[in-house]
Design a protein around this ligand. Sequence first.
Ligand SMILES: [Fe+2]
Length: 240
Amino acid sequence: MRIGVFADLHGNLPALQVLLARFRKEGVEKILNLGDTTALGPDTPEVIDTLASLPIPAVHLYGNHDLSVIGIETKQPELIRPLEKAQHAYVRSGLNKAHLDWIKNCREEWVQETEHGRILAKHYATDKNRLYHPVQFDPTEDDLRRRFLPDNLHMILYGHHHAPLLIGHDPVFVNPGSAGCPHQRSGIARAGILDTAKKEDAFMPFIETYDAEPVIERIYKSEDPTKLSTLSIFFGVHIP
Ligand SMILES: [Fe+2]
């Protein structure tokens, strides 16, 4: 089965639209969303509406931002800082009950048995209390093995840390990178296609481009209390 995979869409509708067009073109049969669908970007309601009415089956995982938007604490202050909390309250104020229910129905993880082994998809590694570990930048394969404690897994798909990474073997660790946060001023949406029939090179990463300026303008014009830091950190906008 060919599965379209993305992570950290963060409320960016144009990014989602170019990815869905690419998935259609590639003939994917299913979509796997690795979480943090909401917040940061300006289009959380529209993104949820689009994902709720996909024409093919989809698995949606939740991330730490999604939990915070629906009022669930991750109990890790380093992950949900006061500024982020204010942003999540702002995002929540723009959602209706159907949007909130959609987030509540996202799963924590997804496991798929294939002829080559077991695949695990999860937003990020959690500890024994199911709390997210702090992000580790530039992890080695050993770092990831310690974080995820892989148990006879063929592949681990995750997101959260927005930089793409494909490393290791049994399991291979796959982070497609952020779909919705380009971390630069030009619009790039990172994602990939997982072919579960393949043993080697089963994940094909790709990048699609879009015009980020309308997204930046919508953030700038919004009443999001954290919009300047979002523009600076996640969209490469120089804030004087
Ligand atoms: Fe995250």
